[in-house]
Design a protein around this ligand. Structure first.
Ligand code: 13P
Length: 287
């Protein structure tokens, strides 16, 4: 059964480790992440962006697939199904469809509007026991070829949003989605410490987990980060393993073209990335 992210993140915050959010794109992704979590006795959060939700034929399809897998694969570790960077309408739809956690990303609104909309999502989600992630200070990254710098969140604004009763808070600290540019300055730990001091007990979320060096991840966890999002790294690993399979001509040998064989190396590559991240985040055996 899907669970909200609340309990697993509060435990992670208290135990000084982080739970990974791994974004899913299809059946192989979902199965790879769930099996790896179970094998390592780790809690896990499956992230679904609005785009990935559409790709997988809507939130109801995703909920059906994930619930089916939890049962058929006998998954007993805590699993949250979480909408990643949801719009206001998207968050409502995901809650309605059976997601156990949603992010409402109001970071691009003026702070007053972000507060009003976040408050409303918390009220509606609360009725169903669904956890809510909010965001302050937009997270940069490449969009249509334009590289946006990660914005640093204002600690006072973080406090205003945290005080609404969000389950977890994403705050920009120079992190960006996708690969980091060669001249990236690294995470802003002064900003993180100030945000932590201002927000008290709310578990903090670090987006853009791909490519952040291990020492920075560990320092971020020590300063209050309890959830780390990883997406691009699984995509890169999947693509590389699939490319190698085809470049080696394996799809032309025997029944190597069978999708169950063709997608197997990519599936194993995702499992390896997820396991490595769970080790780094410290969530192994914390189910
Ligand atoms: P990456 O794609 O950089 O790992 O970021 C994932 C993320 O933050 C999803 O919200």
């Amino acid at each position: 059964m899907l669970v909200s992210a609340k309990e697993m993140l509060n435990k992670a915050r208290d135990g000084k480790y982080a739970v990974g959010q791994f974004n899913i794109n299809n059946l192989e992704w979902t199965k790879a992440i769930l099996l790896t979590a179970q094998e390592n006795n780790s809690p896990v959060i499956l992230g679904v962006s609005e785009g990935a939700g559409k790709y997988m034929c809507g939130y109801r399809t995703v909920v059906g697939m994930v619930n089916g897998m939890l049962e058929e694969l006998k998954i007993t570790v805590p699993v949250a199904l979480h909408l990643d960077h949801g719009t206001y309408e998207g968050a409502l739809k995901a809650i309605e469809a059976g997601f156990s956690s949603v992010m409402f990303d109001g970071s691009h609104y003026p702070i007053d509007e972000n507060i009003e909309k976040t408050k409303e999502i918390i009220r509606i989600a609360g009725e169903k026991g669904v956890s809510v992630e909010a965001e302050v200070g937009s997270i940069g990254g490449e969009e249509d070829g334009v590289m946006g710098a990660g914005e640093i969140a204002d600690p006072n604004e973080c406090k205003l949003i945290a005080d609404l009763g969000v389950t977890m808070l994403a705050a920009g600290i120079g992190n960006i989605h996708g690969k980091y540019p060669a001249n990236w300055k690294g995470l802003d730990f002064d900003a993180l410490a100030k945000i932590k001091a201002a927000t008290g007990n709310v578990p903090l979320v670090l987006h853009g987990g791909t490519g952040i060096p291990a020492d920075m991840i560990q320092k971020a966890i020590s300063l209050g980060v309890a959830k780390i999002n990883v997406n691009t790294e699984c995509q890169l690993a999947f693509a590389e393993a699939t490319r190698k399979y085809i470049e080696a001509g394996k799809d032309l040998q025997g029944k190597g073209f069978d999708p169950r064989k063709l997608l197997a190396p990519g599936f194993e590559a995702i499992k390896a990335v997820v396991k490595e991240k769970m080790e780094l985040f410290g969530s192994i055996n914390k189910a």
